[in-house]
Design a protein around this ligand. Structure first.
Ligand SMILES: *Cc1c(COP(=O)(O)O)cnc(C)c1O
Length: 492
């Protein structure tokens, strides 16, 4: 077991000893009011610098990350985060900017945010953007609150929000949190929305339909125009869960499909490093009719009447706004990285990014088939996929007694992070694979070989997969207990 930093601690050890001060010392309570001073020293570990470096370096190697190996985590888009973005985010003007800085002295930052809003508006095909929400789920909540504000402003009270059964778990959670009743829509045989079910459930009490297209099966719904007609026909809004936009940037736009509100996950599609809980950003883009309700304040550009230099500001005067969603303006460092990404690729580069994401997913699916894995891991919906696809491990479980979870754990022994498992819920023993555009053909081939090898091994001896992983710092963990009763601090 690795010791904790507190166990390494030895009284009196220091990482750094500053030279003696030549400034006359004054008692602390002359400088800081006594009521703000600690009565005893903070309980901090006392460790020498080399021990600190070794400790955290050791810890970092006990985890799996994108810079270590392939990470085909469907829906969550674990793609390469260009290192240039870190350099830009670390520039003192970005990294050292205080969030309470007067807007007049943060013109560069406000301009960057204003330009990012414009780029996201263009990508979404919707004219107005707020960068405030801090995550995808936060953007969803903003979007549903905007929907409510829109209806209430028209004197309507609606109670229901529709989501398909392929929806990401945050969608139903958002609906409930925003105080709406959740109504589930069935999927059709092609994995899209069942239009008859939608027609039956869409009525004047429906506030919104929340949709992901391509959905979490990696499938594009060709009925999207008809869906938009039905939803708008009953006066409801159409919400696009754009957490994972990897298949469509520069190819098609939610606004053109008829959506009113979109959220983006900058930490998925737009290369903010993520995992481990953040930071992220979940900006929203909206149509003209939703604009009055956007969160406050908005980043705006003002052009003086005399034609002078434009200035950037925070606009608070928004009487119909749903209000503020968080302190300050969002996770600014995320904005810098995503802006750098968008600007360095440009419109053509972004389109190519999406095309290669789709090509890689289809290539990997074809390669897996060629390696003969379909007998145990058939594709759930046999259509051209977008940026991700879903396999079902049901035959593998039945014939080899190896569950999807066992396969996922065995992949760790091969240096591969498992794909998303048991989601979407409507596929039995689901395995949701998103290779992303930044992986090479060699990596995709090696992954297909690894899956084939694990299946071959399981035919001879299923216990190896059933008891995997074997080579990781910890073996199989109690994941439910880890989520429900996490021990996140050193017991005193
Ligand atoms: C990741 C994801 C979300 C939630 O985003 P968070 O930033 O984790 O809150 C919502 N919808 C889809 C489709 C996602 O993939």
């Amino acid at each position: 077991m690795t010791q904790t930093i507190f166990e390494i601690s030895q009284e009196g050890r220091r990482a750094f000893v500053p030279p003696a001060t030549d400034v006359p010392e004054r008692p602390l309570d002359e400088l800081i009011p006594a009521r703000l001073l600690r009565s005893e020293p903070a309980r901090l570990p006392e460790v020498a610098e080399p021990e600190i470096v070794r400790h955290y370096n050791r810890l970092s190697k006990r985890n799996f990350d994108l810079d270590t190996g392939f990470y085909p985590l469907g829906s969550c888009t674990m793609k390469h985060n260009p290192k240039l973005h870190e350099r830009v985010a670390a520039l003192p003007g970005n990294a050292r900017l205080h969030p309470a800085q007067n807007p007049r002295r943060a013109q560069g930052a406000l301009e960057l945010m204003w330009r990012l809003q414009g780029a996201l508006a263009e990508i979404a095909g919707l004219p107005h953007v707020s960068l405030q929400p801090s995550a995808g789920s936060h953007g969803e909540l903003a979007g549903v609150l905007l929907t409510r504000a829109y209806h209430e402003d028209r004197g309507e009270t609606r109670h229901k929000v529709l989501t398909p059964d392929t929806a990401h778990g945050t969608n139903p959670a958002t609906v409930t949190m925003a105080g709406y009743e959740l109504v589930k829509l069935a999927s059709n045989a092609d994995g899209g929305i069942d239009l008859d079910d939608l027609r039956a459930k869409a009525d004047e009490d429906v506030a919104c339909l929340m949709l992901t297209n391509p959905n979490t099966l990696g499938l594009f719904d060709p009925d999207i125009e008809e869906i938009a007609r039905i939803v708008h026909g009953v006066g409801a809004t159409l919400y696009y869960d754009g957490a994972n936009l990897n298949a469509i940037v520069g190819v098609c736009r939610p606004g053109d499909m008829g959506f009113d509100i979109v959220h983006f996950n900058l930490h998925k599609t737009f290369t903010q490093p993520h995992g481990g809980g953040g930071p992220g950003a979940g900006p929203i883009a909206v149509s003209e009719r939703i604009e009055p309700y956007l969160p406050r304040p908005q980043v705006v550009r003002r052009t003086p009447d005399n034609g002078g230099e434009p200035t950037f500001d925070l606009e608070y005067d928004r009487p119909k706004s749903i209000g503020r969603l968080r302190g300050f303006q969002g996770n600014y460092g995320v904005f810098v990285r995503s802006y750098a990404y968008i600007r360095s690729l440009g419109a053509e580069g972004l389109k190519e990014m999406s095309e290669i994401a789709v090509l890689n997913a289809n290539y990997l699916l074809a390669r897996l088939r060629e390696r003969g894995v379909a007998e145990y891991l058939p594709v759930a919906y046999d259509r051209l996929c977008m940026h991700e696809f879903v396999l079902s491990g049901a035959p593998m479980k039945r014939d080899l007694k190896v569950k999807t979870l066992d396969l996922a754990k065995r992949l760790l022994d091969h240096g591969v992070h498992p794909p998303t498992v048991y989601f979407p819920l409507l596929v039995d023993e689901a395995l949701l694979i998103e290779p992303t555009e930044t992986e090479t053909k060699e990596t995709l081939d090696a992954f297909a070989d690894t899956i084939a090898e694990i299946l071959r091994e399981a035919r001879e001896d299923p216990t190896i997969a059933q008891t995997a992983p074997h080579t990781t710092p910890v073996r199989r963990l109690d994941e439910a207990a880890a989520a429900k009763r996490p021990v996140i601090r050193q017991p005193l």
